[in-house]
Design a protein around this ligand. Sequence first.
Ligand SMILES: Cc1cc2nc3c(=O)[nH]c(=O)nc-3n(C[C@H](O)[C@H](O)[C@H](O)COP(=O)(O)OP(=O)(O)OC[C@H]3O[C@@H](n4cnc5c(N)ncnc54)[C@H](O)[C@@H]3O)c2cc1C
Length: 802
Amino acid sequence: METHAKVVIIGGGVVGCSILFHLAKFGWKDVVLLERDELTSGSSWHAAGQIHTLSSDPNISRLQSYTIDLYKEIEETSGQSVGLHITGGFYLASTPEWYDYLKRERSKARYMGLNQEFISPREVAERHPLIDPKHYHAALWDDQDGDLDPSGATYAFAKSAKVHGAKYYTHTPVTDTIQRPDGSWDVITPKGNINAEIIVNCGGLWAREVGHMQGVHLPVQPMEHHYLITDKIEAVANHPTRLPAGIDYEANIYFRQEGQGMLLGTYEPTSTPWKIDGVPWDFGHELLPPDMDRIAERLEMSFERLPAIGETGIKDMINGPFTFGPDGNPMIGPVPGIKNYWVAVGVMAGFCQGGGVGLTMAEWMIDGEPSIDVWAMDVARFGEFATPDWGTIKSSENYERRFVMTFPNETLPKGRIQKTTAIFDRLIAKGARMGQGFGLESALWFADGPEDAHEAPTFERNRSHEYVAREVKTVREAVGGIEIANFAKHEFKGPGARAYLDIVLAGFIPKPGRVTLTPMLTPKGRLYGDLTVACLSDEHFMLFGSGAMQEAHRRWFEKDLPESVNYKNVSDDWHGIALSGPKSRELLQRITRDDVGADAFKFRDIRETFVGDVPVKLVRISFSGELGFEIYCKPMYLLKLTEAVESAGADLGYRWYGARALMSMRLEKSWGVWTLDFRPDFTAAESGMDAFINWKKEFIGKSAAEAERVNGPTRKLTTLVIDVDGIDVSGDEAILIDGAAIGYISSGGYAHHVQKSVAMGYISTEHSQPGTRVEVEILGQMYSAEIQGPPLYDANGANMRS
Ligand SMILES: Cc1cc2nc3c(=O)[nH]c(=O)nc-3n(C[C@H](O)[C@H](O)[C@H](O)COP(=O)(O)OP(=O)(O)OC[C@H]3O[C@@H](n4cnc5c(N)ncnc54)[C@H](O)[C@@H]3O)c2cc1C
């Protein structure tokens, strides 16, 4: 075995083998995979082998589609059969809600160019004689779905990797990973050690144990899972073609043909996490004892829907473990805070996603960035809040909800109050309905007290609508306050800080006491941040940005940080309140000795001072589009600041507002938000963030941004007003002209002040002229919409600057 490699991959399941294949295919030959036992000695060998493209995240759907298309290639390259059957498959809607859900999926498929169509229950029965159609409203049909042989597929990846020049060693367990001072890794095995520039944890069932070797705590959890295989069924055996695959969401089952019988699996409502305290190293090609009682209820329902299965004997019952993550999506990429340590773990549908994960990891390593935004899979979407217990709780919840719909207004119940601020109880007492982001609780909207703080999950506007309207009115006419603990804060100090930020950020770096807004670009010119930069002194800067992205941004900043710069993610060190509204200055003036008048404290000023008798960083900016101030204090001062704000604001009509009101108001200003309208899928010019670029300086991504400036972007972020009532977009809907998709919605909702249903979306440039009429597909209905020009509220920003 060699003693050095550029990359060592730990784990020879489908995921590790796919990464090995992609790295070698794209030109990195000096890559080695180490497998403890034989290949496929984790969950890969006993998978049901069902493959499909549907995912709640469009980019994951794209990668699943890529994965399925790849199987033919690796079969040809390796000469190893993957046992592929592309039968097509259906997603069955047995309730109106599931029908609605699938209509949303259909809308996504339109702009993604995926081949998905609705078929009637009669057509379902024609294509699959075992299904009793009376249970269904319709089914979404996907040509690309089918099944394969999981072992064959894993070996085909590994053998294809070998053809491209990579190596793998079986019966070579990694017993330790030790980092050298130069950042490289010594990978320790009984057969010798390899020094690697990069290591990749693809440990699957043992991902946590492999992580522990280096103090990396991955919030993933193996779960027990059952599927059964029936005896021969005549209707299957006699069918002229292989039967299509299927998923019935309400019954929580998936099924496909297996030999002359059927395979049927189910996700039971009470999950069984397996080996919470750690997976033994000697677990191998074993299965777990089946427990029919656990899945009996689901089976009964499935026997009603596919009666022939209930009437046939069971040939085999498989209970095997596989690993889930907290939100069901994989965790991939470089781990923030630890150099050259990559993961691809928690891949719960390895045969649907393994190819896409391999592609993404290889692009990321070789090119420095993946070709599409993979935020939904990025390991950096979790931080230290994702503790082992939290990981087990959320992964179990996710298993139980595998085929359970999550509505756009729904907040999931498990793993809550992981992180709270000092005024959590106070806001709850006032009627806050809380959501959770990056582990932290923050208010979505405020009801009339705790008893009133409830809403039913729905696609439509719900009872929170009127309460949010009240919050918006308060901000637009008086003064409101929202917590800002959930914004990310990054601190840079040192003699090199300004020069560093000038290169990393594309916009203007402000003078002391001032604040600017700037895009941050990747070398390929794609958005990697929309950040507010505050200069506290020549060698001291604070950046404010997306709370969700804080660890991803930390990883970005730490990557090539010069020695002359000190950087820290200080998001949890600064909590606070944003005051917004025409009376916000009056309120603020009552609780500070500083002059905060329009001339003394200008729009985009920042200063360190005292407000409400506590030390703060006070910034004059607002995301509501009104006159506003952000007041940041250390967490232990938040309660005192809150009391000062509430009592000074009482006679001014002060009210708390939540994230939904803020999102409503920013739509009126046509301001995008990170993870929705701003993401690495888009460029500065496409998103309009190029307006904040300082073209006179050098910065990362400049040449790509300049090239786009010459040619112009092919699509643009635009605002639309939709002629619709009772329902608003929730994201990812298709935008069409004459039935052809010309773009899609990135975010939207009801804009309470202007009383319109508003959306933002990316539209091909040729159709993005203000006044253009388009259609937006919401739950299968086409609604007329018009592309807007200037913002719908305070177009020249006079209120904000007042
Ligand atoms: C019952 C069941 C049905 C399923 N059905 C489907 C399905 O229909 N479709 C689908 O897409 N997915 C399905 N899955 C999920 C699928 O099996 C997993 O997503 C996939 O196997 C994950 O692959 P992996 O490579 O991440 O992990 P694993 O397959 O667990 O591989 C990890 C590998 O790492 C090795 N390893 C660990 N530690 C070390 C070490 N220290 N040194 C060296 N090697 C090490 C292990 O030996 C193992 O071979 C199913 C799973 C189960 C259990």
